[in-house]
Design a binder for this molecule. Sequence first.
Ligand code: NAD
Length: 483
Amino acid sequence: MSTQPTASHFINGAYVEDKAGEEIPVIYPATGEVIAALHAATPAIVDQAVAAAKAAQKEWAGWTGTERGRVLRRAADIMRARNHDLSVLETFDTGKPYQETSVADATSGADALEYFGGLAAAITGEHIQLGDDFVYTRREPLGVCVGIGAWNYPTQIACWKGAPALACGNTMVFKPSETTPLCALKVAEIMIEAGAPAGVYNVIQGYGAVGASLITDPRVDKVSLTGSVPTGKKVYAAAAEGVRHVTMELGGKSPLVIFDDADLENAVSGAILGNFYSSGQVCSNGTRVFVQAGIKEAFLARLTERLKGVKMGDPQDPDVNFGPMVSERQRDIVEGFITKGQEEGARLVTGGNRVDKPGFYLEPTVFADVSDDMTIATDEIFGPVMSVLDFETEEDVLRRANATDFGLAAGVFTADLTRAHRVAAGFEAGTCYINTYNDAPVEAPFGGTKQSGVGRENSKAAIEHYSQIKGVYVRMGDLEAPF
Ligand code: NAD
């Protein structure tokens, strides 16, 4: 792989290796082969990365927003120009098909860099007149931000966190998932090439312990995690020890509600996108598909038909549209849920099996007649497993859709305009869809309610989470005091 990074970490503008760290084998999910071996950061590497970010922060924050934005926009251009190579690498890292990675990963990262690059110059405070006196506010960076990534979108996550952080004048130490460590290094390389000063964006590798040591470093001001709810609880608690800012992008078990009057073809498309894109390894997936009685049989029949269009194979082949699970471990976890679904009495409509080829492939799987209390309807599976549940009334489905501790996303398909908005308003979720599913443009806020998260990524809302306001009171006249 010509695009493969040359060392484990990228600190202060250069690749750094320290083989004393625990080995991290990089396994290509499509074959099970080890394609690279990196090393987890030792305490010395963690220290070096945080020190570099700390040292660079004041100068970076001293640049004008226009200057910082220019760097981000240049980085976006470089990413777009290298989209092919970056997509090939993303496919090696994650196993997701090139058909997806070439349109959803480096391109999405570039969108974030471009959007926040454009916004950087417009990050301002305000003026509040109080008679002759006034207050002005300064929107200031938080300082050193730590980003910790999940394995499903390694390039996108590195950019979704890095772009708003840098736009606001922060610096970053990013730790990718140990399962997909390659892509973020390329993002760091590109930042430097685009003109970011050394130390502004650093990447170090490691398992959970490296992430944990970053959070409690006294030089760190903010932690943004993309990961599971159990990890989120640990990271949030550790950040609280130092009263650090957090963004938590966590898991979900989102509802997708399909009413009788929905356009059948669009509803099936939504269910496919919300369950099988990236082989189901998407946090916002609508994995509880509630289908109203009148459309249920037609929905299942058309879905089964459409799933014949799945093409598994070498994910680097642009015709392949369905890849393996990211790891053997994840495949085993998902298989365990499939077995549980069968044991608990759900009806297997299609799929359910391992595929007889090297790599960690699983068939797209659909269960029908799923009840609310079955494990496949309550737990996040993070694989290609759709649960179809029946419902009769709007009131009933909304209550059941919300009966979960998760609140990441939710979707509704219906031709009834007022019902669509009423249901969207009733969903207890941060990211909702009407007659579509899983679109994630950088212009729109993304994030969860309840246990699915704290804060928002993307959109202008992200600026709130990477900056803080200072109010400055200015008195124009004499100051009276009681004595
Ligand atoms: P994970 O929680 O196992 O790991 C996430 C990251 O946290 C990894 O980099 C890991 O090394 C690190 N980590 C683990 N323990 C830690 C600790 N104690 N302190 C600091 N860091 C620690 O998640 P995963 O398996 O990599 O990813 C899948 C999960 O991520 C799913 O639950 C999915 O829903 C969620 N996810 C959420 C979003 C979102 O935007 N809401 C996006 C993608 C994935």
